[in-house]
Design a protein around this ligand. Structure first.
Ligand code: T6T
Length: 316
């Protein structure tokens, strides 16, 4: 407790740098702090991570913030400092704001593994596991280009919150790839604070301001669900092509109903398993891989039944 008091809340560092104290009582304890609670992507990741930890003789506990929010996540990460786990698997909800709290846990001797998102500072984690999000954005642009079939028009990108490494890479990959389709013009990137209602409102506004809107790329689950609502409210389902990211039950349902023309599904279970494997390798002095990726799968209504293994879970 005295060490924690010496470090103080939100401060970075402890003399001696990243060495810290290793807590032998917790040598088999792994903590997972995902981006947000009760959300199918992170539930799927957590279920697989728990199973993998158990298989390797470790115990993984999960604590998730109520919202995808750096202040809420900071409170959880700071609390870990008083009883540090051997390793922390974390989804930084902001690529800069989460640096200080995560570094502080690291300074207590905890190994840090990033799962899904990552910090801008690449010196903190021993390993980072994510989808190739730039490639995912590119896949979405290629799907929309194919659906447009040479027809001209504008396409809107719905991002979540500035500072989210994953969705930012998806939006960038999408915009870069769009340049290869001269008939398609970017109507810009709109931030939605990861709120479906805001995504729906941005779609309503875009339909009014951009009469040639022919496509939308929703960079994650909440933006996709909101975009589908916006299109439904305007009676534009099927007229404006919607490509979503992720494969939540509601998105999968929307794909079946024709609200989405395509989904780019991630493999959150693989991210969870690889995260645990890297954390354990690091704790046991085995070789650790600094960057790992999980596969992506482009799914359409036509092939969705053959791809049901990529659909996300609502519970373990
Ligand atoms: O798309 C995932 C995740 O990869 C991203 O970092 C945040 O949003 C999700 O959790 C979906 O809601």
């Amino acid at each position: 407790a005295s060490l924690l008091a010496a470090c103080g809340q939100g401060q970075v560092g402890q003399s001696g740098g990243s060495g810290g104290t290793s807590n032998t009582a917790n040598s088999k304890k792994l903590a997972l702090v995902p981006g947000v609670q009760a959300e199918p992507f992170y539930i799927s990741m957590q279920c697989a991570a728990q199973d993998e930890a158990k298989k390797l003789g470790y115990d993984l506990t999960t604590q998730a913030p109520q919202m995808f929010d750096a202040a809420m996540q900071t409170t959880i990460v700071n609390a870990l400092g008083s009883n540090p786990p051997a390793a922390l698997l974390v989804t930084p909800t902001d690529d800069k704001a989460m640096l200080a709290p995560i570094q502080q846990v690291k300074n207590r001797g905890t190994k840090i593994v990033e799962v899904d998102t990552s910090l801008q500072d690449k010196s903190v984690a021993v390993s980072s596991i994510s989808s190739d999000n730039t490639e995912g954005g590119k896949m979405a642009a290629q799907t929309l280009a194919k659906l447009a079939g040479g027809k001209s028009g504008s396409v809107l990108i719905l991002d979540t919150i500035a500072g989210t490494s994953t969705t930012a890479a998806r939006a960038k990959g999408f915009e870069d790839e769009l340049k290869n389709s001269p008939n398609l013009k970017s109507a810009g990137i709109q931030f939605t604070q990861n709120e479906p209602d805001q995504a729906a409102a941005k779609v309503t506004a875009a339909l009014a301001s951009t009469p040639d809107l022919i496509g939308i790329f929703a960079t994650n689950l909440n933006t996709g669900e909101g975009a589908a609502t916006g299109l439904r409210n305007a009676g534009k389902i099927g007229q404006v092509n919607l490509i979503g990211f992720d494969a939540s039950p509601s998105e999968v349902d929307g794909l079946r109903k024709g609200e989405y023309q395509g989904l780019i599904a991630q493999d959150p279970a693989s991210i969870g398993v690889q995260g645990v494997d890297q954390a354990v390798a690091s704790l046991e002095g085995k070789p650790v891989t600094r960057n790992l990726t999980a596969n992506l799968h482009s799914i359409t209504k036509a092939d969705m039944d053959a791809n049901s293994q990529y659909f996300y879970k609502q519970k373990c």
